[in-house]
Design a binder for this molecule. Structure first.
Ligand code: KIV
Ligand code: ZN
Length: 512
């Protein structure tokens, strides 16, 4: 890798997945990985193989389909985790193991209950185990931000000696500020022997809203890999957001003098896909990918932009993919056009039956909605096809009566493992009635923590995309559903959440 290249390491499928409720299925991870490859990321951290059999399989499947980007699995610094990671990435054309151990006094004493010498020894051993599977080994010193500098230098020196090729310096708790983070990176590069033989990387969390600024400060100090996520998704307040890092480096090329391999026109489609799959909406004023990022409200600004766009715009909307999602298909489009568009969107259905089912849903939608956009197709595929085969609960029928002065009433039929069950319930509103009827069938006891509706495209005939967040026994999941009828979308979202609460989706957390 040339020194004027900035490596983009995307961890949406791993750290992003650590956001409450953002756990993804294998099919969803494959779809996202394909889009990330199209976006041009260098490394896709596809998950944490030892977390669960499902996560292992997802990484393995991503490793099978991704050819250009490197596919990486996270592993704690223990033999079992590393062997699981090694097996999971085996099919990858380019595979990486990312192993980590905490190096700060607070983590070593209270979490690991290990002495610094034990941590040092384990870090070296972890890299050696990983090298049995791939030469591309990354080592991270978790909580580097609160680690002692001399100890960090000692650990990094030793793991480079053991064969690590990338050294990642994480601000695990989002504690740093740009000037200090840049200085830390610069000192490490200066003090660690053979620092020019490895790629220095940074991984920043956003607890104080400085993840992007800190990452860029590290880049200014010599880091040549940034770990980031789409939409800034991630543990707690999230990670540095990929789109902001990439557009900062591109827009301020005069300052950074670096290139990335990102096709920036794929940024907005990728952001929308992540939002649809995880159920995490993008705030309207979010830089680059927010709905208002290029909207000019004040008259003076509008006037300026009309006269000369650069008066108020430092980036062009089309360069980051706004407007790329065009009107694609309509009522008269045939199966071949539908199949071709799916392919262009990176969606590959597993069988002809799955394609037929999706096409039938598309025709149904086209009857209700005159214009079908890429977002509609993404939602339709998420909602109706992927993973449907192994869902425990499926919506079969819903009837809701709601009129002024009357109590809303719902009648619902749900397929529970293939057995159709019917229930009725009253509610405060039509959605409440539908949820109560479903609950009386499934008796999940899950608590509804969040309910939100967004329109997928514009117009009153647009599909509504509903997200629900459910919690039960300490687990949190997000469920999504889309339909032109928002009560039906709500029922689908509720059932989708209940399906995700199934024990087969349980997983271990890498940092606990
Ligand atoms: O935040 C963190 O320290 C991490 C490591 C596993 C790299 O996610
Ligand atoms: Zn992290």
């Amino acid at each position: 890798m040339k020194n004027d290249q900035l490596i983009i390491f995307d961890t949406t499928l791993r750290d992003g997945e650590q956001s409450p409720g953002a756990a993804m299925t294998k099919e969803e991870k494959i779809r996202i990985a394909r889009q990330l490859e199209k976006l041009g990321v260098n490394v896709i951290e596809a998950g944490f193989a030892a977390a669960s059999p499902g996560d292992f399989e997802a990484i393995h499947a991503v490793a099978e389909v991704i050819k250009k980007s490197t596919v990486c699995s996270l592993a704690r610094a223990n033999e079992n985790d590393i062997r699981r990671a090694g097996e999971a990435i085996k099919p990858a054309k380019h595979g990486r193991i990312h192993t980590f151990i905490a190096t700060s006094p607070i983590h070593m004493e209270n979490k690991l209950r290990m002495t610094p010498d034990q941590v040092l020894e384990r870090a070296i051993q972890a890299v050696k185990w990983a090298k049995e599977y791939t030469d591309d080994v990354e080592f991270s010193a978790e909580d580097a931000v609160r680690s002692e500098m001399d100890f960090l230098v000692k650990v990094f020196t030793a793991v480079i000696e053991a064969g690590a090729k990338t050294i990642n310096v994480p601000d695990t708790v989002g504690y740093s500020i740009p000037a200090l983070w840049g200085e830390r990176m610069q000192q490490l590069i200066a003090r660690v022997p053979n620092s020019d033989k490895v790629v220095w990387s940074t991984h920043c969390h956003n607890d104080l809203g400085m993840a992007v600024a800190n990452s860029l400060a590290a880049v200014m100090a010599g880091a040549r890999q940034v770990e980031c996520t789409i939409n800034g998704l991630g543990e707690r307040a999230g990670n540095a957001s990929l789109e902001e890092i990439v557009m900062a480096v591109k827009t301020r090329r005069d300052v950074f003098n670096l290139e990335t391999s990102i096709d920036t026109t794929q940024i907005v489609p990728t952001s929308k896909l992540i939002s649809t799959i995880t159920g995490y909406p993008v705030q309207p004023n979010k830089a680059v990918v927010g709905a208002n990022a290029f909207a000019h409200e004040s008259g003076i600004h509008q006037d300026g932009v009309l006269k000369h766009r650069e008066t108020y715009e430092i980036m062009r909307a089309e360069d980051v993919g706004w407007g790329a999602n065009k009107l694609t298909l309509g009522k008269l489009s045939g199966r071949n056009a539908f199949r071709t568009r799916l392919k262009e969107l990176g969606i590959e259905l597993e069988s002809e039956d799955a394609l037929n089912a999706a096409f039938a849903r598309f025709k149904e939608l086209a009857d209700k909605k005159s214009e079908i956009f890429d977002e509609d197709i993404q939602a339709l595929v998420s909602d109706e096809v992927l993973g449907e085969g192994d869902d425990t609960f499926k919506l079969v029928y819903l009837h809701v009566a709601s009129q002024t002065g009357e109590t809303p009433h719902a009648i619902v039929t749900v397929s529970d493992n293939g057995e159709e069950k019917r229930a009725e319930a009253d509610g405060g509103g039509p959605v409440d009635a539908a949820f109560k009827a479903i609950e009386s069938i499934v008796s999940s006891g899950a608590e509804l923590q969040l309910y939100s509706v967004n329109n997928i495209t514009s117009g009153t005939d647009a599909q509504g995309e509903v997200t629900v967040r459910l919690s039960k026994g300490g687990r949190i999941v997000n469920g999504q559903g889309a339909d032109t009828d928002i009560v039906i979308a709500s029922a689908k979202a509720y059932l989708n959440g209940l399906n995700k609460l199934h024990p087969r989706f349980e997983r271990a957390h890498p940092q606990v």
